[in-house]
Design a binder for this molecule. Structure first.
Ligand code: GDP
Length: 359
C-alpha cells in the first residue's frame, strides 16, 4: 500500500467493501497481511494464499478483490493458486466496473471505455494463457502471436476513442460557452463520495436524481434549476465524488468531468461531518480543488449529516464559529433554509446577478 494514503488498512478495506457493494457484490469477509514488500509473484505470501484458498471453499467465494493494483502475472498466478472459477481482480478493475455501470452520458461512457482499454492492454496475456491451458498447450505460440494482434487492435481502438472523445469534448465546450453567456449563476456541489451531494440536489430542486448509500452514485454532472425566495434562479450542478486512492489510470476521466467546476460562480463543498475521517476527506478534496485552479471561485462549506453525529448541537455551534460553514441535515431538511440564504448571499457578492439585471 502507498505511504501517502490517509486511510489505515482497515479503513481502506472498508472503503473497498463499500465499492464492492456499489458494484452489486455481496462481501463475505476481508483479510490483510503486513509485508515489507509485496510478493512479486502473488502479491501476498504463500501462507496467506492458502488461507484465502481455504476461505474460498468454506464460504463459496466467487471473487477475490485486492486493494492495490496487481500486475498481469500476479493476477494469473493468484487465479491459478485459488483454482476453480474464482475471479481475481483489483481495486482499479472494480472501480472501472462501477464506472461502466454508472456512465450516464456519451462522454462518460467514452472515458470509461478508454480507461478500460488502457487497463486491459498490459494484461492481455492473461486471456490467451488461459486458452492455451484449456487447449492443453496445443496452441502454444499461437497465443503469443494472437496477443500481438490483439494489442495492435486495442491500440487502434484506443487512438480512435481518444479522437472521438476530443470531438465530444469540443462540442461540450461550445455548448458550455453558450450556456455561460446566459446570465444564470452556476453553483457546483463538490465533495467526497457519499457526502450527500445528490441528496442536497434533490432536496433543493425536487429533482429525481439517484441518491443511494453507495459510492459513485453520481458519475456525471447533473444540473438543475433552483429558485430562491427572492425569485432569482441559479443552476445547481452535482459533480462526481472524490475518492482516496483513485487509480492513476482513472484520473484523466475524473478531471475531465470536473472541468465544469471552473465555470462555476460558487463552489459548495459538502462534507459528511458524521464520518470518522471527515477532516481527512476535507483535506483530500481541498487538495484536488487546489490542483484544479479554482482558487478564485467563492466557496461555501456544508457540514452535512449532522443528525448522524453524537452531539449535533455541539457541531452546529462549531460551524457557527467558522466563516462560510453551514451545518445541515439534507435528510431531515434541518439547515436547508440557511444554506439557501448563504448561497444567495454569496452569489450577491459575486455580482453575477447584477449582470443578470441588465436587460
Ligand atoms: P453523494 O455520493 O455525495 O451524492 O451522496 P448521496 O446524496 O448519494 O448520499 C449518500 C448517502 O447518505 C445516502 O444514503 C443518503 O440518504 C445519506 N444521507 C445524505 N444526507 C444525509 C443526512 O443529512 N443525514 C443522514 N443520516 N444521511 C444522509
Amino acid at each position: 500500500r502507498g505511504e501517502d494514503d490517509f486511510l489505515g488498512i482497515e479503513e481502506s478495506l472498508e472503503e473497498l467493501a463499500q465499492l464492492a457493494d456499489t458494484a452489486g457484490l455481496l462481501v463475505v469477509g476481508s483479510t490483510y497481511q503486513k509485508l515489507a514488500h509485496p510478493n512479486s509473484r502473488t502479491y501476498i505470501g504463500s501462507g496467506k494464499v492458502s488461507e484465502i484458498k481455504n476461505a474460498i471453499h468454506a464460504l463459496d467465494v466467487e471473487t477475490v478483490i485486492f486493494d492495490d493494483e496487481l500486475s498481469a502475472g500476479q493476477l494469473r498466478n493468484l487465479e491459478k493458486a485459488f483454482g476453480g472459477d474464482v475471479r481475481v481482480c483489483d481495486r482499479t478493475a472494480l472501480i472501472l466496473d462501477i464506472f461502466n455501470q454508472r456512465a450516464a452520458t456519451h462522454e462518460a461512457a467514452l472515458q470509461v471505455s478508454l480507461a478500460q482499454m488502457e487497463y486491459q492492454l498490459p494484461r492481455l496475456t492473461k486471456m490467451w494463457s488461459h486458452l492455451e491451458r484449456q487447449a492443453g498447450g496445443r496452441v502454444k505460440g499461437m497465443g503469443e502471436k494472437q496477443i500481438e494482434v490483439d494489442k495492435r487492435i486495442l491500440r487502434t481502438q484506443i487512438t480512435a476513442l481518444r479522437k472521438e472523445l476530443e470531438s465530444v469534448r469540443e462540442h461540450r465546450r461550445q455548448y458550455r460557452n453558450r450556456r455561460v453567456s446566459v446570465p444564470v449563476p452556476v453553483v457546483s456541489l463538490v465533495g467526497y463520495t457519499n457526502a450527500g451531494k445528490s441528496t442536497i440536489l434533490n432536496r433543493l430542486t425536487g429533482a429525481d436524481v439517484l441518491a443511494e448509500d453507495r459510492l459513485f452514485a453520481t458519475l456525471d454532472p447533473t444540473t438543475r434549476r433552483v429558485q430562491l425566495n427572492n425569485g432569482k434562479e441559479f443552476l445547481l450542478t452535482d459533480t462526481v465524488g472524490f475518492i482516496q486512492k483513485l487509480p492513476t489510470t482513472l484520473v484523466a476521466a475524473f478531471r475531465a468531468t470536473l472541468e465544469e467546476i471552473s465555470e462555476s460562480s460558487l463552489l459548495v463543498h459538502v462534507v459528511d461531518i458524521s464520518h470518522p475521517l471527515a477532516q481527512q476527506q476535507t483535506w483530500a478534496v481541498d487538495k484536488i480543488l487546489s490542483e484544479l485552479d479554482v482558487a478564485s471561485i467563492p466557496k461555501l462549506v456544508v457540514w452535512n449529516k449532522v443528525d448522524k453525529t453524537m452531539d449535533p448541537t455541539k457541531i452546529k455551534m462549531e460551524a457557527l464559529e467558522r466563516d462560510h460553514v453551514i451545518c445541515i441535515s439534507a435528510l431531515s431538511g434541518d439547515g436547508l433554509k440557511e444554506l439557501c440564504d448563504a448561497i444567495q448571499g454569496k452569489l450577491k457578492d459575486s455580482m453575477v446577478w447584477i449582470e443578470a439585471l441588465v436587460p
